[in-house]
Design a protein around this ligand. Structure first.
Ligand SMILES: Cc1cc2nc3c(=O)[nH]c(=O)nc-3n(C[C@H](O)[C@H](O)[C@H](O)COP(=O)(O)OP(=O)(O)OC[C@H]3O[C@@H](n4cnc5c(N)ncnc54)[C@H](O)[C@@H]3O)c2cc1C
Length: 481
């Protein structure tokens, strides 16, 4: 019997598990995919929003600002890439300037520090490549960029290191109240738990409906992106937004923590909670909108297109509360943008809610955070020498674009939650993140993963559960048969 079971291991579920693993309670996390961060958490803009956008008084506003304040220290402790680059919202005319003044008012009410409106000249001084036709910009020095899947993986690995049980490949099928505890059927597992937390992203409505009365629907909204090569990464130094509209924060241009340039997203109704396809129309919208902010973006340097799905609902706020009709059941649902920014604050919020409905959370004396070991390329000369004498495979470069060695990959396989897919390796140590997007190193990573984990070559997955690359037995050597 677990004290708490968290359903879903994106950045929300991982953040909740991280917080709960500080306490003397037993925690389970149930995830339908083969890895952490396979949902919206791996496909978003990766911005730590300052917090001027959400309406004052909403949970979204409070948790965004609190999450943004906690983010830097959390990332430092867990060795997650984070950079406080600051952000600008551009105005193109008088109506946009009015929008900026409203965002400034909201930001001040929400407690965002350092916000100010820049004149056109000031904005162009800070970002010389911007469209010279701009009328001004809202500047937020606390805006930042982060590695979103890295954050979720680091928090989940810390939770596991501190005793949480992570059940991967375990889609929740049913939740039944047995009077005082719940029974959860998840894949091949049946778990008993006193409390349940629903952090199932774009499936959160379905999980709520298994235990409680339906009261919200996820209306998925897709956002399509371009990811550009590192040669474009320095085009802007800040995250550049356009004025937000009813459908979202608009198309942004931003450096990423990996040194690339991200451009997007669109905001179009999705065909379902996992509708992550990209379309020619969507990508054209991205190009057109982005070139209005900065004409220098060279889309011929695109290395990847992708899409993420927002867990939107009819009301513009997160649903983070104890269920009104299912006892000991807490929803952490409708976690659309700025859910990544708010993640460091959502865990503590859910813990407070659980405590308010009877969970006793005594602090664990021996809680320790899991720090991802440094990559070979980021080690000092002395550390590199020590790593090479420990394991000469640190000298064999597997991913040439990102200079990731076999030793780095083997290190990820020794973590608390080792990867089982090629993209799982990529999310932990960047092999395959570069210009060729795994074209050269993918087969090498495939072999290493199979050799080290014992997963037969034909069963190794590219990414999500079921995404096998090979369809039959491979025969090597010996010539043609
Ligand atoms: C286009 C786009 C851009 C965004 N940009 C930003 C941004 O720049 N900054 C920001 O702060 N936020 C941003 N967001 C929002 C942010 O990405 C999300 O709020 C956040 O990733 C949500 O995390 P999550 O853990 O709630 O959901 P997810 O990451 O989707 O995780 C939910 C998990 O639940 C699992 N699950 C689902 N059903 C079941 C089941 N039956 N059984 C077991 N497990 C299940 C899924 O497999 C998944 O792993 C953006 C979102 C989108 C779509």
């Amino acid at each position: 019997m677990f004290d708490v079971t968290v359903i879903g291991c994106g950045v929300t579920g991982a953040g909740i598990a991280y917080e709960l693993s500080r306490c003397e309670i037993s925690v389970a996390v149930v995830e339908k995919q083969n890895d952490i961060a396979c949902g919206t958490t791996k496909a978003n803009s990766a911005i730590v929003h300052a917090g001027y956008d959400p309406l004052p008084g909403t949970k979204m506003a409070r948790l965004n600002v609190e999450g943004s304040k906690r983010m830097e220290a959390l990332c430092r402790r867990l060795s997650v890439a984070y950079q406080r680059v600051g952000s600008m919202v551009l105005a193109f005319d008088g109506a946009d300037l009015k929008t900026l003044r409203e965002l400034l008012r909201r930001g001040n009410a929400n407690g965002v520090e350092g916000l100010c409106i820049l004149t056109k000249e000031q904005a162009l001084n800070m970002e010389p490549g911007l469209n010279p036709e701009i009328a001004g910009a809202l500047y937020a020095p606390t805006g930042a960029i982060v590695n979103p899947w890295g954050l979720a993986i680091a928090m989940a690995q810390t939770a596991v290191k501190n005793g949480a049980a992570l059940y991967l490949n375990s889609p929740v099928r049913s939740i039944s109240d047995r009077g005082g505890f719940y029974r959860i059927e998840a894949g091949e597992n049946a778990l008993e738990t006193r409390y349940v937390v629903n952090a199932a992203g774009t499936f959160a409505d379905k999980i709520n409906d298994m235990a409680a009365q339906p009261f919200f629907r996820i209306l998925p909204v897709r956002g399509e992106y371009y990811l550009l090569d590192k040669c474009q990464g320095g085009i802007v130094r800040h995250t550049i937004f356009q004025p937000p509209s009813k459908s979202g924060k608009g198309v942004l241009i931003s450096p990423t923590v990996h040194g690339n340039l991200i451009v997007g997203p669109t905001a179009d109704p999705a065909d379902g909670p996992e509708d992550t396809g990209v379309t020619a129309q969507g990508l054209q919208k991205v190009v057109k909108a982005a070139l209005r902010s900065d004409t220098h973006v060279n889309f011929r340097e695109s290395i990847r297109n992708f899409a993420g799905v927002r867990a939107a609902t009819a009301t513009d706020d997160f649903i983070i509360e104890a269920s009104k009709d299912a006892p000991r059941f807490v929803n952490a649902a409708a976690i659309k943008s700025p859910g990544l920014s708010a993640a460091p604050a959502i865990g503590p919020e859910v813990r407070r809610i659980l405590e308010s409905i009877g969970l006793v959370c005594r602090a664990k004396g021996n809680f320790t955070e899991y720090r991802q070991p440094p990559l070979f390329k980021n080690m000092t000369k002395a550390e590199q020498a020590a790593a090479l004498s420990r394991d000469p495979r640190y000298g064999r470069v597997i991913c040439r674009c990102e200079t990731i060695t076999e030793g780095d990959i083997l290190q990820t396989l020794r973590g608390p939650v080792p990867p089982v897919s090629i993209d799982g390796v990529k999310r932990r140590c960047n092999a395959g993140m570069g210009r060729c997007q795994g074209g050269f190193c993918g087969p090498r990573v495939h072999e290493i993963l199979s050799r080290e984990t014992g997963i037969p070559m034909e069963n190794v997955e590219q990414d999500l559960t079921g995404s096998r690359l090979l369809t039959g037995e491979t025969k090597t050597g010996g010539g043609a048969e």
